[in-house]
Design a protein around this ligand. Structure first.
Ligand SMILES: [Zn+2]
Length: 254
């Protein structure tokens, strides 16, 4: 039987193609006690618009454990039950309100999260880097794999499709160190939907992928990791590999 949960949405990943759902988004958030939860799969852009929840918006949703995903925080949402509640917690005035939930269980180091992953199948957390050394941009495949392209073509033959899902031709990573004696430093990809969105907006505005990449860097490094910002990373594992990626950034002023 599904159980009803109230979730404060904190991250949405860039959509990935899917055979059964066309495309899928991984969403993570916190419950009222600050414990993390993952909602997967969600065919976000194919939901009716009134279900398009935003970051830092509370959502009521019926969830069940998913037999294909035994990570501690993973639940499969009943998609038709997703119900956004009220306005998102406003950024300008409400960092404190966000912090109350997001940091209720405290930030951890990657080393501690690895331990918890081994012990308890923990797969989500929030990290407060001691130092963020760099924002690394590397070229990625220019297009989706051929099998996905075939799938997209088939899908467009049926019914109304959303705007085609664009492949982002760069990958973005943070290089950082934790406040932990065991830390040897990390380089972790960021897969926040907002990174992809910003890239596409800037590419369309300036007509130049290089400028778009620079704009992403300005926002996600110069601004979000500025000295006067108390930068935290939402992190989570990739189901298939168990490796960790950055899902999003929590960046209140110090
Ligand atoms: Zn570390």
């Amino acid at each position: 039987m599904p159980q009803r949960k109230r979730v404060l949405i904190t991250v949405k990943t860039y959509p990935l193609p899917s055979k059964s759902y066309q495309e899928l988004v991984c969403t993570a958030g916190v419950l009222e006690d600050g414990s993390f939860i993952r909602l997967y799969p969600v065919d976000f852009r194919y939901r009716p618009y009134w279900q398009w929840y935003k970051k830092y918006q509370w959502v009521d949703v019926d969830v069940e454990k998913n037999a294909d995903d035994d990570r501690k925080e993973s639940y499969r949402p009943v998609l038709t039950s997703i119900k956004p509640l009220g306005e998102p917690l406003d950024k300008k005035k409400k960092w404190a309100a966000r912090r109350q939930y997001v940091l209720a269980q405290g930030a951890k180091s990657m080393e501690t999260l690895w331990d918890l992953q081994q012990q308890d199948n923990v797969s989500l957390g929030i990290v407060r880097p001691k130092v963020i050394e760099d924002f690394v941009v590397e070229p990625d495949d220019l297009e989706w794999k051929p099998e996905w392209k075939v799938l997209f073509q088939q899908m467009s033959l049926f019914g109304p499709a959303q705007k085609p899902l664009e492949k982002i031709p760069s990958k973005f990573s943070y290089r950082f160190r934790c406040d932990d004696a065991r830390c040897n430093g990390h380089k972790m990809m960021i897969e926040d939907w907002e990174v992809g969105q910003l890239y596409l907006q800037m590419r369309d505005k300036y007509g130049d992928p290089k400028v778009a990449v620079e704009k992403v860097r300005q926002k996600f490094f110069d601004q979000m990791c500025a000295p006067d910002v108390d930068t935290h990373f939402y992190v989570g594992t990739v189901l298939k590999y168990g490796s960790w990626i950055v899902l999003g950034v929590f960046w209140p002023k110090k």
